[in-house]
Design a protein around this ligand. Structure first.
Ligand code: NAY
Length: 291
């Protein structure tokens, strides 16, 4: 079982002017993240616009990330789609290219029964030998995975990525399912979620402020909650601007400015960052590079 008690960067998927994946850019981005100290990469999730990529692009991205990290940090591939068949194909490919685990939102759009959702996950888990991390993100999927959900009792489910604000739900999972590794999915609650039982984190902004996340973790480990809170406030100050502009397009813009690597905008139907958004983010980048 992979150790998920790490800081995973939910990496963006670069785009060129044709809307395709540009060659070589992903490897540069991965290198920048590893250099900043991220401890793992999560591909093709929400930040990676996984649902806006074609299956062949998703496979290429996971492959490029895997090649770029080598043995340095683990890679998790998000393989959630609307179709069991597509998710199986992505999961098998992810295993082949070296992902340590797959992760999945539940099947979207139609309202499925619990049995259908269970069967979807089981079919994907049966198709691979790497474990599954359930992606709990009720705000987008309308489906909640709490402590009592039967999916969490499956052997091959080793963790839950909790991208929800309820710390109560997280604490209940931690108390009732000590066998599961819980991963915080909202960067703004990293400190609270760690207290509630999360061991790791996956997020859009982890690569932008890796040192702050590490400081929170080590201060909390020493029992210095007050100073850990100060770092969470710094993190949240950045998140507030990103979220106001639109977190995914904004994160791509800020990352492009910080690294000098052009990641492009988000894919349609996301709109490009507006001129006012650009102004706000330029001011943010200035503050971030002053610190
Ligand atoms: C993923 O799948 O890309 C993630 O794990 C990203 C998690 C992000 N969740 C959502 C819903 O945006 O990092 C968070 C988020 O961008 C951040 O906390 C700001 O809200």
């Amino acid at each position: 079982t992979p150790d998920l008690g790490r800081l995973f960067s939910a990496i963006a998927s670069p785009v060129d002017t044709e809307g395709s994946l540009p060659a070589g850019v992903t490897a540069q981005l991965v290198q920048a993240h590893v250099d900043r100290g991220v401890e793992g990469i999560y591909c093709c999730g929400s930040s990676g616009e996984g649902l806006l990529l074609r299956p062949d692009e998703r496979m290429r991205l996971v492959e490029e990330v895997s090649m770029a990290v080598g043995d340095s940090v683990p890679v998790i591939a998000h393989v959630g789609t609307a179709s069991t068949r597509d998710s199986i194909q992505l999961a098998q490919h992810a295993e082949r290219v070296g992902a340590v685990a797959v992760s999945m939102i539940p099947p979207i759009y139609y309202h499925y029964s619990t049995d259908e959702i269970m069967a979807h996950y089981r079919r994907v888990m049966d198709a691979v030998s790497i474990p599954m991390i359930v992606y709990n993100i009720p705000q987008f999927t309308g489906q909640e995975f709490g402590a009592e959900h039967p999916l969490l009792a499956e052997d091959r489910v080793v963790g839950v990525k909790h991208t929800a604000h309820s710390m109560y739900q997280l604490e209940r999972m931690s108390a009732k399912r000590p066998d599961l590794q819980l991963i915080n999915g909202f960067d703004e609650t990293y400190l609270s979620a760690t207290v509630a039982g999360a061991s790791g984190a996956i997020g859009t902004t982890i690569s932008l402020q890796t040192d702050c996340f590490k400081a929170i973790r080590s201060l909390l480990g020493r029992g210095d909650v007050a100073r850990a809170q100060q770092f969470q406030a710094r993190v949240n100050h950045v998140i507030e601007d990103l979220v106001a502009v639109g977190v995914f397009p904004a994160a791509k813009y800020v990352e492009s400015r910080l690294t000098g690597i052009d990641l492009g905008p988000c894919r349609e139907p996301f709109a490009p960052v507006s001129p006012e958004g650009v102004k706000r983010l330029d001011a943010l980048v200035e503050q971030m590079t002053d610190d």
